[in-house]
Design a binder for this molecule. Structure first.
Ligand SMILES: Nc1ncnc2c1ncn2[C@@H]1O[C@H](COP(=O)(O)OP(=O)(O)OP(=O)(O)O)[C@@H](O)[C@H]1O
Length: 302
């Protein structure tokens, strides 16, 4: 009967005694996948399942759950429920249930607009990133040292239900906002960790080449934010994913484009190779607000 039921109505899963029916797969990674599921009353959720085969993976799932529980903000993906299920063979599965966002990610919108040969308007990009800054600010001010997301990119920014805001997702890479590196060994370990968890095209220069004595701060997210704003306008990050392109600090803009000088200056102001010279998320939010306020005339938008 179980098999027939699955064939007729789809597979069901239980989280803390609540049943969810799997509708379809919406995302897949190396050790995880995300399904659209429906609850008892038909409400839709995104269920992320993470495979746990080694202790490191268990710690990573526990950290992802903890990070979501620590930060509550409308622009940070909320965790509805979670459970770690033991499989009996030494393996386990982490089940993380989230609200489902039907419009997908900013990456999807960028791809759709590129394929139509249309640009996302400057006003829309600025408004979307104003909301992303608010979510990132909540992460950056959480606890004593703040939380760094460490993998900000268009693919980790969901479009809200009214499509007007961004919701930061995937806190699986999040870490303390102040990580002290004392020697070469620690620097290499952090560098290798970031090579696994932080997407190369959006990775800050200091995470490609971690200095032997340094403090890695929240500013690495600011770099990723700048690359994401650039990608929303021009279709891809200004960096090609190599250490060289991130560390060169040369931000090239396409020859003919319709974005304002202020908009381009915002990007170059953010993308400073030296993390200390980068603005805070609050400063980015303020400048975006200022640019937006100048674009509004009493007769509408310029
Ligand atoms: N709450 C959600 N609502 C809608 N779609 C979602 C949601 N959560 C995840 N997705 C989709 O599933 C994809 C994978 O999600 P997620 O980034 O959490 O998994 P991941 O395995 O860590 O992926 P990656 O390694 O690419 O970051 C997302 O890119 C998005 O398209």
């Amino acid at each position: 009967m179980g098999a027939l039921w699955s064939l007729l109505f789809g597979r069901t899963l239980s989280i803390n005694g609540e049943s969810y029916r799997v509708v379809r797969r919406i995302g897949e990674g190396g050790f995880s996948y995300v399904d659209l599921v429906r609850g008892r009353n038909g409400e839709q959720f995104a269920l992320k399942q993470l495979l746990i085969q080694v202790e490191e993976q268990r710690e990573s799932v526990e950290r992802e759950i903890y990070m979501h529980q620590t930060v509550t903000h409308p622009n940070v993906l909320q965790l509805v429920d979670s459970q770690i299920t033991e499989q009996g063979n030494g393996e386990a599965r982490g089940l993380l249930l989230f609200p489902f966002y039907q419009y997908g990610t900013l990456e999807d919108e960028i791809e759709a607009s590129m394929s139509r040969g249309r640009k996302i308007s400057e006003e829309r990009i600025l408004n979307l990133f104003l909301s992303a800054c608010q979510g990132l600010h909540a992460l950056h001010t959480s606890g004593n040292e703040g939380l760094a997301h460490r993998d900000i990119k268009p693919g980790n920014l969901l479009l809200s239900d009214n499509k007007e805001e961004l919701v930061i997702m995937d806190l699986g890479s999040a870490a303390s906002g102040q990580v002290t590196v004392n020697d070469r060994k620690e620097a290499i370990a952090l560098q290798e960790h970031c090579a696994q968890t932080c997407t190369a095209m959006y990775r800050a220069p200091e995470l490609f080449e971690v200095p032997s004595q340094s403090v890695i701060t929240l500013k690495s997210d600011i770099w990723s934010l700048g690359c994401s704003i650039y990608a929303a306008a021009f279709g891809t990050s200004p960096c090609d994913g190599s250490a060289l392109s991130a560390m060169s600090g040369r931000i090239m803009f396409p020859k003919n484009h319709s974005y304002s000088l202020e908009f381009c200056n915002l990007i170059t102001w953010i993308l400073k190779v030296n993390p200390e010279e980068r603005p805070t998320v609050q400063e980015v939010e303020q400048l975006i607000g200022t640019i937006l306020s100048k674009q509004v005339t009493p007769h509408g938008n310029v």
